[in-house]
Every structure is written in C-alpha cells, then in structure tokens.
Design a binder for this molecule. Structure first.
Ligand code: PMP
Length: 397
C-alpha cells in the first residue's frame, strides 16, 4: 500500500492557465475590477446558426441515446471534408475520432503512441497541457527551448540536437499557444522532411489554423511528414468561439484511431450528441464568422503589441497567429514596482494581479520563466485599460 494518491496522478500539476483565470474570476466576483488576460478563450458568443442546430438536436430523441464512440458518422465525414478544404490534407472519415475537446485528442494521441520511456520532442514555450499528457502516457517530454530572438521558432538543427534513439514523436504547433508564432512554409517543410527521414511520428495541433494575420500563412506539416505517421489534432473551440461545447478531434492512421477509440470507449464513450450536432453545423458552414472575429483579433493584436512595446523593460515580438502575446519581461525583474520586487515572472504576475488588478499567466506555466502570456481575446477597452495599468505600475517604480 503506497500513498493515498497514486504517483502517476499526484505528479500532475494544476493547469496554471485555468488557475489564473479562476483567481481573476473570484476577485471579480468579490467586486474587484480585475481585467483578465489569462484565459485562452474567445470573448464572442457562438454563432447563432450553430446554437440553433443544437437546440433542434435537443428535441430529437435520436440524440438522447448512446451513439458510436468515435463520433457521429456525419460529423466524422464533415471533419474529413473540412480538413481537405482548409489545409488540403486528404483523409477519410474512418481516420477521424471525435473527442471531448482538443484536450482529449491530445491525451488520446499520446496514450495511443507512447510506451514508457518514449521521448517526445516538445518545443518550448509550450502549451501547459502537453507535458502532462505526455507524462501520463508514460512518455518523456524532451524540451527544445526557443526564445524571442528567433520569434520562438525552432530550427531543424535544434531538433536534431535533441533527437536520440528513444525519440518517437515530434509535437508541432503552428500557430502556437502561448507565443502566437507561425512557422513559415519552408521551415514547416524542412521540419516535416527531417521527421520523415528519421522515422518520427508528428503530432500536429492545428486548433488555431484560422487565426493567422498579415502575410502569415497556415501550412500543415501533415503534407511533408510521413503520411503513415501523422496525427492531426483540432477542434471547434477557437475557430467558432465554442470553448464550452467541448468538441475536438484526432485524425490519424486507422490503427491509431482505432486504438484511441478503444481507449475512449472505456473512459468517456461518445461525445455529447448535442455538442456534436453543433460542431457539425460549424464545420459544414462557411468561414465568414471566423473572418469577422479574425479582423477584430488582428486589431487587438496590433494594439497590445504596440502598447507593450512602449513599456521599458518589455520586449514583445509580433505574434502572427492565435490570440496571444508572449512578451519577455526579464527587464522588469529585480526592479521596484510600488516598492515591491519580483525575482521571477511568477512573482511578477502575482504583483501585477495584486497591485494593478490585471491577470496574466507567467512563463513558468509554459516552460520558460521570464515571460508573460497575455491573451488578447478580450474587449478593446479592457485591453487598453489593462496594459495601461501595467505601464503605470512600471512607470511608478
Ligand atoms: N491545443 C491548443 C494549442 C490549445 O491552446 C487548446 C486550448 N487552450 C487546445 C488544444 C484544447 O482546446 P479544447 O480542449 O478547448 O478544445
């Protein structure tokens, strides 16, 4: 008999991004005027047609019952069609597993791929869930650290330096959470070809595929990696402002999809049918709603980068995708902020929350201390007010 909580589960850290968001929401509920840059969540409501489809599904007794574990057949087919439309990658419906959000797709992918000791190349800064999902599966995350000097892009040389004979998977995320980095086409193709040459699996998280700005282009690495060793992760959360509906998917070779589906058959079964019907409406419809949201995010993106760049001690590369800015705040450490000093970005985030009533996520959550992640998926006025408060705190010294 060991400890009360198993080693495997007690080793999991709480999601820092959700924790910051919960703290900000609690302060807000207590009447404090907190401005939250914490959650990676669109501030728009889900488009009306999607909501209407869900309402109709509620009234259809067919959806009151269990449905196939890997997803409604019509949704699996629509996801295959949408993938061809959006990234040109051709798959059939049998290669699609519908999951409870992109998060379960991440979890299932690593559970299906990793044996104990298998190494997964994880480019840092990374989304906070990845290392936990890899470790739960028995895999070993091997960090490849990038910084603002390369716009947070990893090179083939860096990846090659981290590769060992235990390396099984490269996790590739473009556009990236938390940095907003988008890999240029040549670099995507070079990394895909390198992975293929070395027999590596590529797990590509494409959940921000439609949120790219300016001249940046979303290029799926699925085209250049080994087609028999590619797993694509995606979902409706970010593109259609559907974070609360919990629908995502995993696309891969049929043996992996079958294995992940077997796992899901013993954990969660089919995803909520009403949410699946909503997702069907979303992926079958056009992309006009996301085009409108993208224009708004782009305006906020330019605003936040310019305001942050005006703060002495802050260096903010221009994010080209998703809805996050990831400034370096090393210049704000060990200086006076209303008489207090932060020795780490975690302490800085705490001081900013307490003194300026602004919630941000420290870089520690993404494997790179010395940075902050700020989501700009919040209202324009709040965005301007929130960054001004930080600027004021820094200016006061
Ligand atoms: N991948 C990335 C990179 C994300 O940022 C998120 C959400 N924060 C997800 C996957 C999962 O999204 P969800 O589970 O809400 O579909």
């Amino acid at each position: 008999m060991g400890e009360r909580v198993s080693d495997r589960v007690s080793a999991i850290a709480e999601s820092a991004t959700l924790a910051v968001d919960a703290k900000a929401k609690a302060l807000k509920a207590a009447g404090r005027p907190v401005i939250g840059f914490g959650a990676g969540e669109p501030d728009f409501p889900t488009p009306e047609a999607i909501v209407e489809a869900a309402v109709a599904a509620c009234r259809n007794p067919k959806y009151h019952r269990y449905t196939p574990v890997p997803g409604l057949p019509e949704l699996r087919a629509a996801v295959a069609a949408k993938t061809k439309r959006d990234t040109g990658y051709e798959v059939d419906a049998a290669q699609v597993l519908i999951t409870n959000g992109g998060k379960q797709a991440v979890y299932n992918a690593f559970a299906a791929l990793c044996d104990p000791g298998d190494e997964v190349l994880l480019i840092a800064p990374y989304w906070t869930t990845y290392p936990e999902a890899i470790k739960l599966a028995g895999g070993v995350p091997v960090e490849v650290v990038t910084d603002e000097t390369t716009g947070y892009l990893a090179s083939v040389d860096q990846l090659e330096a981290a590769r060992t004979e235990r390396t099984k998977v490269l996790l590739f995320v473009s556009p990236s959470n938390p940095t907003g980095a988008v890999y240029p086409r040549e670099q995507v193709e070079a990394i895909g070809a390198w992975a293929r040459e070395h027999g590596l699996w590529v797990v590509t998280d494409e959940i921000y595929e439609h949120l790219v700005y300016g001249d940046a282009e979303m290029v799926s690495i699925a085209h250049s990696a080994d087609p028999d060793r590619v797993v694509v992760l995606n979902g409706v959360a970010k593109t259609y402002a559907m974070t609360g509906w919990r629908v995502g998917w995993l696309i891969g070779p049929t043996d992996i999809v079958k294995a992940a589906s077997n796992l899901q058959s013993h954990s969660t079964s089919n995803v909520n049918n009403v949410a699946q019907v909503a997702a069907l409406e979303a992926v079958s419809g056009d992309l006009s709603a996301v085009a409108q949201m993208r224009a708004v995010y782009d305006r906020r993106r330019r605003r936040i980068v310019s305001m942050l760049s005006d703060i002495p001690g802050v260096v903010c590369p221009e994010p080209l995708g998703a809805f996050y800015a990831y400034p370096s705040v090393k210049g704000l450490l060990n200086v006076s902020l209303r008489g207090r000093t932060a020795e780490s970005s975690a302490e800085l985030a705490a001081i900013i929350l307490e003194e300026a009533e602004v919630a941000v996520v420290p870089g520690e959550a993404f494997g790179t201390p010395g940075y902050l992640r700020m989501s700009y998926a919040l209202g324009d006025d709040d965005l301007a007010e929130g960054v001004s408060r930080i600027a004021k705190l820094v200016a006061e010294g």
